[in-house]
Ligand binder design. Structure first.
Ligand SMILES: [Mg+2]
Length: 405
């Protein structure tokens, strides 16, 4: 039986709101309270609707003279890849699992991984199965999420300083999160080096105090210790009592720096995993291949929506014979990203935790996914199990909908 055809596509910038203001990070100024979800809706002649987001295309804006990051570039890209195509044309399926991308779409899905997630969503709906099945089948009955909203919150409240981050982590623990990622790297830009190191350590200790001994605490320096391996050594030593779960991008990916950092970690007796790779926009780039092959990292982090399902499937095949875990980054992917990574994590053997930006409810309808004890339950719906709330969309957002023709 021939598959359904995609007959309508639209893209809509949806405002999404964080639970609080997010402060600075090693390399940049305040993230703020809002961001944008570039919602893509694709409808078929049989009445199915698939979704993805074009954030990873729109965020690459570098000027109106180029098509990347503009509507002028996005509309023809969506039209050429999706409009008029059959839902079963995109992905290769064997025994109910997706095993690859059909030749015609390989290049597009590699360059724009978020497009592959739309193809999965529509195919799952047409086959009447969850994308979790298409990705290989469910391997866990819930997915742990970590609260990733601890930026330099101490700088929003200089009087409370590290105590501010501790207080916010305590509230998150009370809400139900059991894992917390803290932005580090203060020596790099916003503080004098020694003062930055001291604040980083104080923040870690304040959060450990607030969340109790069993919670997971991860730190992410966004390269803020570049050129200061001496301060990094002090950081690792002084945070030993906090028992960090992972250290992320403490320095820029580099084989010799990671060799030094790994030895330092082992010598000081830290158990923290070393993870990196969220900046890899063409994964796996050569330096990450080297780090994996040399056994110098424990987790690899290409973005879930940037790489998309098809590319992450290939990455997992590559990582399979190694001890490196899948830790897809999920920042800037709005509410859609939370669902996309939940589905991926439900099916991935080596997945660790979902990066949760904690957006307030927006354009999607309520469904059967719940959050408790630090974990999301698994969606039971077909495809991604994610449905746009048509009435709310019409009322609040449809004025900004752009038709792809
Ligand atoms: Mg990071």
């Amino acid at each position: 039986m021939p598959g359904q055809r995609i007959v309508e596509i639209s893209v809509t910038p949806i405002p999404v709101q964080h639970i609080k203001e997010l402060s600075k990070v090693a390399f940049g100024d305040n993230i703020g309270t809002h961001s944008t979800e570039w919602l893509v809706r694709a409808r078929t002649d049989g009445g199915l609707e698939g979704v993805t987001i074009a954030n990873r295309f729109m965020q690459q804006f570098t000027g109106f003279d180029k098509s990347i990051g503009t509507i002028r570039g996005l509309v023809p890209l969506l039209r050429d890849v999706f409009l008029g195509r059959r839902v079963d044309e995109f992905l290769e399926v064997s025994d109910g699992r997706v095993v690859g991308v059909h030749q015609t779409f390989k290049e597009a899905f590699w360059a724009h991984g978020w497009m592959s997630i739309l193809a999965f969503d529509l195919l799952g709906q047409e086959m009447g199965v969850s994308c979790i099945e298409l990705l290989g089948g469910q391997v866990r009955d819930r997915v742990r999420a970590y609260d990733t909203t601890f930026f330099y919150q101490d700088m929003l409240n200089p009087v409370k300083a590290a105590g501010q981050v501790g207080a916010e982590a305590g509230e998150s623990r009370e809400y139900g999160y059991t894992a917390f990622k803290l932005k580090m790297g203060r020596p790099g830009r916003w503080f004098a080096p020694q003062a930055g190191l001291e604040r980083d350590v104080e923040v870690v200790m304040a959060v450990r105090e607030a969340v109790g001994p069993d919670a997971r605490i991860m730190v992410d320096a966004n390269f803020g210790y570049d050129g200061r391996l001496d301060l990094l050594e002090d950081f690792i030593r002084e945070t030993l009592p906090a028992n960090l779960f992972w250290m992320e991008e403490m320095v820029t990916a580099d084989v010799s720096d990671y060799r030094v950092m790994r030895r330092m970690r082992d010598r000081l007796g830290s158990n923290a995993m070393l993870v990196c790779g969220e900046v890899d926009t063409d994964p796996p780039s050569p330096v990450f291949v080297d780090l994996v092959e040399a056994g110098l990292i424990d987790g690899y982090q290409p973005d879930c929506v940037l790489a998309g399902y098809s590319r992450w499937q290939a990455l997992e095949e590559w990582l399979k014979p190694t001890d490196v875990r899948s830790v897809p980054r999920n920042f800037g992917n709005a509410t859609f990203g939370t669902r996309a990574e939940l589905v991926f994590g439900a099916a991935s053997q080596t997945f660790l935790m979902l990066e949760d930006e904690r957006f307030l409810p927006t354009v999607y309808a309520d469904d059967d996914v719940s959050f408790s004890d630090g974990h999301y339950s698994i969606p039971s719906g077909h495809g991604l199990g994610l449905t746009v709330d048509a009435e709310r969309f019409q009322r609040e957002f449809s004025a900004n909908e752009i038709d792809v023709r």
